[in-house]
Design a protein around this ligand. Structure first.
Ligand SMILES: [Zn+2]
Length: 244
């Protein structure tokens, strides 16, 4: 599993991250930086019209929506944490600040997915469920999927307490692999590794998974971080769109 080197490009004084392993397939896969305060501003910057966009309400659950062009452009957010489409020119968008934006592409049949994953979604195995849904709905193989784990909070910065550890213990026999004890009440949690292992278990090839080198918590110059900035933290926007 190689690290994901996002390409950071600057245009009109704003920085944007792109994912070369996915963009090589005529797919746009981008994450904004703190240079963008609102999604409209980011979408305009990357030349995506509002009529193409489908977004999710992101309730930290495991809901998955398969969408198409008829869902695009509406003001209403879909009720889920994961969006999948096989339609070109439909822009899936999610918002994060420390959570994982997960990008998935099956390049032969051309199916894309975009997922918001925090610890609650990880406990519900949403990464594996999205891969499973893409496979069952579109008759593709998980091993063909190209996957990118976008910028999120890394283990060394992600301190959690029993509110997170107890559900992990209940749900995963090997939970110890993802937790490092700091003191009696605190652990460091490797959310990224848990999600990657779930996808590999679901049939994804480890060599097809790239993970971001960036930590949203450490890199305050580039990213918003809920852990660093609290309730007032703004959000990063991730977008994936297949071109025709
Ligand atoms: Zn960090």
């Amino acid at each position: 599993m190689g690290p994901l080197t996002f390409d950071i490009s600057t245009a009109r004084n704003k920085r944007v991250l792109s994912i070369p392993s996915i963009e090589a397939h005529n797919v746009l896969a981008r994450t904004s930086t703190r240079d963008f305060a609102a999604p409209q501003e980011f979408l305009e910057h990357i030349d995506i019209g509002p009529e193409l966009v489908v977004s999710a309400d992101q309730v930290h659950a495991d809901g998955i929506c398969i969408v198409s062009e008829k869902d695009a452009g509406g003001a209403q957010k879909r009720s889920c944490d994961a969006l999948i489409t096989n339609s070109p020119n439909v822009a899936l968008i999610i918002r994060t600040a420390d959570c994982i934006p997960l990008f998935i592409l099956e390049p032969a049949k051309r199916i894309i997915g975009l997922v918001h994953i925090g610890w609650r979604g990880a406990v519900k195995r949403i990464a594996a469920k999205v891969i499973g849904k893409m496979c069952s709905n579109f008759a593709i193989s998980a091993s063909e999927c190209i996957i990118a784990v976008g910028p999120s909070i890394k283990k060394d910065c992600y301190e959690v307490d029993k509110a997170v550890v107890l559900p992990l213990e209940r749900e995963f026999r090997d939970h110890w692999k993802y937790l490092t004890k700091k003191d009696d009440d605190h652990w460091l949690f490797d959310l990224e590794k848990l999600c990657i292992d779930q996808m590999v278990e679901a049939g994804a090839k480890e060599s097809n998974i790239r993970r971001s080198i960036h930590c949203t918590h450490c890199e305050g110059d580039l990213f918003f971080s809920y852990r660093r900035e609290g309730e007032r933290a703004k959000r990063l926007f991730s977008v994936i769109l297949m071109r025709e």
